[in-house]
Design a protein around this ligand. Structure first.
Ligand SMILES: *[C@@H]1O[C@H](CO)[C@@H](O)[C@H](O)[C@H]1NC(C)=O
Ligand SMILES: *[C@@H]1O[C@H](CO)[C@@H](O)[C@H](O)[C@H]1NC(C)=O
Ligand SMILES: *[C@@H]1O[C@H](CO)[C@@H](O)[C@H](O)[C@H]1NC(C)=O
Ligand SMILES: *[C@@H]1O[C@H](CO)[C@@H](O)[C@H](O)[C@H]1NC(C)=O
Ligand SMILES: *[C@@H]1O[C@H](CO)[C@@H](O)[C@H](O)[C@H]1NC(C)=O
Ligand SMILES: CC(=O)N[C@H]1CO[C@H](CO)[C@@H](O)[C@@H]1O
Length: 513
């Protein structure tokens, strides 16, 4: 066994020496097999050389209740296991679990459940009923709690602490605990607030997303990409999941993530609407809005065009500060702006199109007065990492971006990658789009070492990269390429250094052209 690993390790290193390309791999021929079915819905296994266990593909059809029911019937165990791994990862101390869950339930009852649309409440109810019908009785509120946890795209415990340090927040939570007869938990809340949370290693806030098309790409097709840096090494990668939802009377859509998370971390619809997210918490932390991962599904299932996607966005409410992408792969020739980067916070969204003059922000060093151009908008591409350019957004960011910080360094990688292809006269196609996606995934997460470009082009320390999902979409060709984190400890490989598995969209969406 060990010999085999050493051998593989050598090959891996040799490949690194001779290549400046990130050592991602592409598996163009994974194999698909039916695993389970319930009514009109199925679970498949997608097996790839890059992954020890197959990726689960859920193909869910029906009303929202029926889709939830089928999911609960077929994979309650996986959802339950993943929930416990998420909680274990953010809260290693046993006594905090009760407080944490009470907190999640409070946020759900008082905030997140209010603006979520009825169909998702039905789907969640269906999930629970389906689990019970299959004989699985332990699921409880784990699906709801998963929605709440994933609404904290950054560090859940830090966010909670931040919220409770606010006098109002603490007062409201205390009131909730009293009402629920859980006042005994209050002393633990206070303990949590004074603890420095040093045990928590999940500080990954290094997401990124892009869309490119037209003059930059082969056949002018649109390509999109997204990295998710969140809860690295938590164990949820044991149950990797791609879900194709086919809600009755609405548009089919795909979501890439993990069992137990019913929202969309990233995805694309059968209409070619691409969605993604990257965290940038502003000081206005609140869940008084539409849980973002459910909102992204809401947009995918209801929007056929970029205009519809934008107006659905505008008619629903933001929660906390984040950047998002909305793009429409079928409107490259017809829409003036087929893709937007969104910078959001509570009550406010700034939309940026490609080559947007509002992205030309110049930073002045308060001490030296030195000027640094921060924004590099380009034609036929939009991209974001974890900071904003809009004046209002910048004003409310926890720590607005400064030259050479992590988020800006990664933003600049988009600019240099697109420039590289432009200067080399290479039209971006599948491999190039995957390359850009992979480069943006941080592969060596030691903080404050971003002055060299090494962590982005070198997978020597692939186990240290935070990203757990890395996905590239080429809707016009009915394809997406999906990579997940794989393995544990020093054997772990972050998503952006792993295998991008080609997923043919046509068996799920039907041919889109
Ligand atoms: C399962 O299929 C039957 C027959 O088509 C249907 O009546 C029932 O509502 C479905 N149940 C669920 C939960 O999908
Ligand atoms: C958005 O929030 C406002 C209050 O801030 C509320 O009146 C409105 O109903 C919310 N919109 C939706 C779609 O829930
Ligand atoms: C990936 O990008 C890097 C840097 O931009 C470049 O050196 C390399 O050739 C690219 N690889 C491919 C396959 O395009
Ligand atoms: C997550 O990544 C960080 C940075 O590489 C590392 O210190 C930490 O141990 C990782 N956590 C797990 C559970 O793998
Ligand atoms: C997935 O579900 C859709 C809608 O019910 C169906 O048309 C399609 O054939 C299914 N795909 C597979 C591979 O089962
Ligand atoms: C919470 C968070 O990640 N906020 C970030 C928003 O973006 C700025 C600029 O990159 C960062 O400094 C903040 O840390």
């Amino acid at each position: 066994m060990n010999k085999i690993y050493t051998f593989l390790f050598l090959i891996f290193n040799v490949a690194l020496v001779f290549s400046t390309t990130p050592t991602f791999k592409v598996d163009n021929s994974p194999s698909l097999s039916l695993y389970k079915q319930y009514n009109q819905s199925q679970l498949y296994y997608l097996s790839s050389s890059g992954y020890e266990k197959p990726i689960i593909i859920a193909n869910l059809t029906g009303t929202h209740y029926e889709m939830g029911f089928a999911a609960g019937y077929m994979m309650a165990q996986e959802a339950y296991d993943n929930y416990n791994m998420m909680v274990g990862a953010v809260l290693p101390k046993w006594y905090e679990k009760d407080v944490f869950e009470a907190f999640l339930d409070w946020q759900w009852k008082s905030y997140l459940s209010k603006q979520i649309t009825q169909n998702y409440l039905d789907e969640i109810r269906g999930y629970g009923d389906g689990a019970k019908a299959s004989g699985f009785t332990k699921l409880g509120d784990t699906i709801i709690r998963g929605v709440v946890i994933s609404s904290f795209p950054g560090n859940p415990t830090e966010n909670i602490k931040y919220l409770l340090e606010d006098e109002m927040g603490l007062e409201e939570f205390s009131k909730y605990l009293m009402e629920e007869g859980k006042e005994s938990l209050l002393e633990f809340v206070k303990e949590m607030l004074v603890s420095d949370l040093e045990h928590n290693h999940h500080k990954g806030l290094q997401c990124s997303h892009f869309s490119t098309w037209g003059s930059k790409t082969l056949n002018q097709d649109m390509f999109n990409g997204r990295n998710l840096d969140w809860l690295n090494g938590s164990g949820i990668s044991n149950n990797k999941l791609i879900t194709f939802y086919h809600p009755q009377g609405q548009y089919s859509h795909a979501s890439i993530g993990f069992a137990g998370l019913i929202g969309a971390i990233t995805g694309i619809s059968s209409k070619g609407i691409f969605v993604a997210e990257s965290d940038n918490d502003s000081v206005k932390v609140t869940f008084d809005g539409f849980a973002w991962s459910m909102r992204l599904r809401y947009i995918m299932e209801n929007a056929a065009t970029i205009d519809e996607a934008v107006s659905l966005w505008e008619s629903t409410n933001n929660t906390m500060g984040m950047c998002h992408s909305l793009a429409s792969a079928t409107e490259v020739q017809t829409a003036q702006y087929p893709a937007y980067a969104l910078e959001t916070m509570k009550g406010y969204t700034a939309f940026f199109y490609d080559n947007d003059p509002n992205e030309h922000f110049t930073y002045s060093d308060p001490k030296t007065g030195a000027q640094t151009q921060m924004g590099y908008p380009m034609k036929d591409a939009v991209y974001r990492t974890n900071h904003g350019y809009d004046e209002t957004i910048r004003k409310y960011e926890w720590e607005p971006s400064i030259p050479n910080d992590d988020s800006w360094t990664r933003y600049m990688l988009f600019y240099t990658s697109f420039s590289y292809y432009e200067n080399a006269d290479i039209s971006i196609s599948d491999l190039e789009a995957i390359n850009i996606t992979s480069i943006l995934g941080n592969k060596h997460s030691i903080q404050n070492t971003y002055t060299t470009s090494e962590p982005f082009y070198d997978c020597t320390n692939a186990w240290m990269g935070y990203n757990i999902v890395s996905a590239t979409y080429h809707f016009a060709a009915n394809k997406m390429f999906v990579a997940f984190e794989e393995g544990f400890g020093q054997q772990r490989v972050c998503a952006a250094c792993g295998t991008y598995v080609e997923v043919d969209l046509s068996p799920w969406f039907g041919l889109n052209n």
